[in-house]
Ligand binder design. Structure first.
Ligand SMILES: C[S@@+](CC[C@H](N)C(=O)[O-])C[C@H]1O[C@@H](n2cnc3c(N)ncnc32)[C@H](O)[C@@H]1O
Length: 308
């Protein structure tokens, strides 16, 4: 029996929550108010915690109350440790997903949105545990200067100084990466800025400003980054797309758009085996209500085709 057969499949409400055309979509079809609601509802009512609650209960239906409760708890953390280094703590599904990448000596690897650095540390520790004497080329990119400084500190304190791998830290806009480097990397990790609903429900100020448009905007940027990553990947290379979002627009929706626009350039592989994950249309999801507090995490694995 394959990995796909054994996994539970994520179930959303009856609406199709993975529209392929997220570009023109301000509000997912599933939560568009009926015409009478639309007329009577003031714009202010489409913002804030009630709107957030309504939006996600339409996506997750009866599952939403328990899922919301699990998001309100502090997430669980796994210690990434290496002798003589400071430990780094991150969500176990994030560590598992990054560690699932098969990185071998000599490869060129890009972590496109790297700060504060948890998944980069997971990649480096996994590599060192398999190839203590080996080396690869790792580019860590982060646009924000403040977060880049933190990334630098995390890498300096959590990676042993005898590691032979070459690490370069860059400051580019990930959406434009493909203009500068094409067909270059063996492996790309794209962990996009996302709705991060777990943080959102714990931040009343941000939640008070929330509206469904927010996720649609984030999904546009995520698609631009994914398109740039596909260009930067060498033929045969592997791209791991991750978010910590619940919003299907930012998860399967972004992959669906890539399939629609650039589907001849890549194939979708089976997602990484993650503890407690559920299969989605194009990847898998780890959700804290059914994964012992882990996640949220969405993962999709893409393979760039070799042109013959
Ligand atoms: C989800 S976080 C990455 C977390 C990181 N992978 C880790 O495991 O610690 C996304 C990061 O992308 C950065 N970012 C946002 N927009 C960006 C852009 N256009 N180009 C590059 N980085 C960007 C954010 O500042 C943020 O640090």
């Amino acid at each position: 029996m394959s990995h796909q057969d054994q996994k539970p499949q994520i179930e959303y409400s009856q609406h199709d929550t993975t529209p392929s055309n997220i570009e023109s979509q301000q509000t997912p079809a599933s939560i568009k108010p009926t015409s009478t609601e639309h007329k009577t509802q003031e714009p202010a009512q489409r913002k804030g915690p009630e709107s957030f609650d309504r939006h996600y209960s339409q996506i997750f239906a009866g599952r939403w109350p328990k899922l919301l409760e699990s998001l309100q708890h502090e997430g669980i953390h796994q210690e990434l440790g290496h002798p003589l280094c400071k430990s780094y703590y991150l969500d176990p599904s994030s560590a598992e997903a990054a560690g699932a990448l098969d990185i071998r000596p000599g490869m060129r690897v890009l972590d496109m949105c790297a700060a504060p650095g948890g998944k980069s540390v997971a990649i480096l520790h996994k590599f060192l545990s398999i190839y203590p004497e080996g080396a690869f080329n790792l580019t860590l990119n982060e646009r924000s200067a403040a977060r880049r400084s933190r990334l630098q500190r995390v890498i300096t304190s959590s990676i042993p100084d005898w590691s032979r791998s070459t690490i370069r830290i860059t400051s580019h806009d990930a959406r434009k990466w493909g203009l500068h480097e094409q067909n270059t990397y063996d492996v790309i990790l794209l962990d996009t800025p996302c709705s991060s609903e777990r943080h959102l429900v714990q931040e009343p100020k941000t939640l008070s400003e929330w509206s469904p448009k927010r996720s649609a905007r984030i999904a546009l940027d995520a698609y631009a980054m994914l398109a740039a990553a596909l260009t930067a990947l060498r033929p045969g290379g592997i791209l791991l797309y991750l978010t910590c979002a619940l919003s299907p627009l930012e998860n399967d929706g972004v992959i669906a758009k890539a399939l629609q626009r650039r589907g001849s350039e890549f194939e979708i592989l089976a997602p990484p085996e993650l503890h407690g994950s559920e299969l989605s249309k194009h990847g898998c999801l780890v959700l804290p209500d059914r994964a012992g507090g882990r996640g949220p995490l969405f993962a999709a694995l893409l393979n760039k085709c070799v042109v013959r």
